[in-house]
Design a binder for this molecule. Structure first.
Ligand code: TYD
Length: 349
């Protein structure tokens, strides 16, 4: 089996490439990635020499090149991780999200049609379902109510993939995963940002009251779910991927500070994200019953190993933080942390 992994230099993509090379000794992997700010070949340094691994630099929106790669490499299946993924950046500037996530996916679907593949996995997000109240869970046929430009663009990509199945019989499977955490996550997302800030004794920004709830899955469990779907998922179907691990942001941040031996005075409530979804909670019962998926990572073990990874790979994230990322961070947080509204956990009011 030879697979084309698009976006394989990003966080989940690079973990997936490594997972497949480890689990499937007779598979080959072509990593096709345009290397935008969050794509980093350093994430895959340990597999570079593996003869079963090939890297090709390219954009999913460049249909001609994708077709050439699919033909010359003779890829059997495609899994699409290539995406702009950060909600806060999508609020600052939605354009790149539509271009990559919607137009890029459509172009990739066309390339897959041109060449013909056994299977096309569109990696999606549970954010497509929008926000829950106190009760209930997302299931695969929950209404789609995305709130941010990011989630709207990913939902559009899902729907296009499903439409390509219905209209052109392209063998598509769509996944909707919960919030991921683990090694190599870009430090703009909550968990790596909180770890990197706390390790440097910098304040950890908490949007609003911090009682927003996310459903967390360790990236390796997500990769196991995706591999099961890539091998045996039913064509034309949607699979949620989750690990039943709902936490408030305050709980997550407190755990990180405690593990690092840092004081809770680093917690800073800042102005909230506009359109902030209150709660995500996703049932992966279909993946469990149809494909035998069982998550292996508890949150306690996952978060402590993730923290250890960031401690042991300080140069990896410090290089990112010292680069272009700094401008984004300052735009996003400087005013919020220093100016109006920032409040330490425990302050009155
Ligand atoms: P994030 O990691 O951006 O993922 P998503 O928005 O896709 O769920 O954010 C996770 C949660 O953490 C979300 O409720 C927003 C919140 N958050 C903070 O409170 N502070 C931060 O600095 C960041 C990045 C996120």
């Amino acid at each position: 089996m030879k697979i084309l992994v698009t976006g394989g230099a990003g966080f989940i993509g690079s973990n997936f490439v490594r997972h497949v090379l480890r689990e499937k000794t007779d598979w080959e992997v072509v990593n096709y990635d345009v290397l935008t700010y969050a794509g980093n070949l350093e994430n895959l340094q340990d597999v570079e020499e593996d003869p079963r691994y090939t890297f090709v630099k390219g954009d999913i929106a460049d249909r001609k090149t994708v077709v050439e790669v699919l033909r010359s490499e003779r890829c059997d299946r495609i899994i699409n991780f290539a995406a702009e993924t950060h909600v806060d950046r999508s609020i600052l500037d939605p354009g790149p999200f539509l271009r990559t996530n919607v137009e890029g996916t459509q172009s990739l679907l066309e390339a897959a049609r041109d060449v013909g593949v056994e299977r096309f996995i569109q990696v999606g997000t549970d954010e497509a379902y929008g926000s829950l109240g106190e009760e209930g869970y997302f299931v695969e046929d929950s209404p789609l109510q995305p709130s941010s430009p990011y989630s709207a663009s990913k939902t559009a990509a899902d729907l296009l993939a499903l439409a390509y199945h219905k209209t052109y019989r392209l063998p598509v499977v769509v996944t909707r995963g919960t919030n991921n955490y683990g090694p190599y996550q870009f430090p703009e997302k909550l968990i790596p940002l909180a770890i990197a800030n706390a390790m440097r004794d910098k304040p950890v920004p908490i949007y609003g009251d911090g009682l927003y709830r996310r459903d967390w899955i360790h990236v390796e469990d997500h990769c196991r779910g995706l591999l099961a779907i890539l091998e045996n998922g039913a064509i034309g179907e949607i699979y949620n991927i989750g690990a039943d691990c709902e936490k408030t942001n305050l709980d997550v941040i407190r755990t990180i500070l405690k593990t690092l031996g840092k004081p809770e005075s680093l917690m800073r409530h800042v102005e909230d994200r506009p359109g902030h979804d209150r709660r995500y909670a996703t049932q992966a019962a279909k993946l469990r019953s149809e494909l035998g998926f069982e998550p292996e990572w508890s949150f306690d073990r996952g978060i402590s190993e993730t923290i250890r990874w960031y401690q042991e790979h300080r140069s990896w994230w410090e290089r990112i933080i010292q680069g272009d990322y700094r401008r984004y961070y300052d735009d996003q947080y400087k005013g919020r942390l220093e100016g109006g509204g920032a409040r330490r956990e425990g302050d009155a009011g």
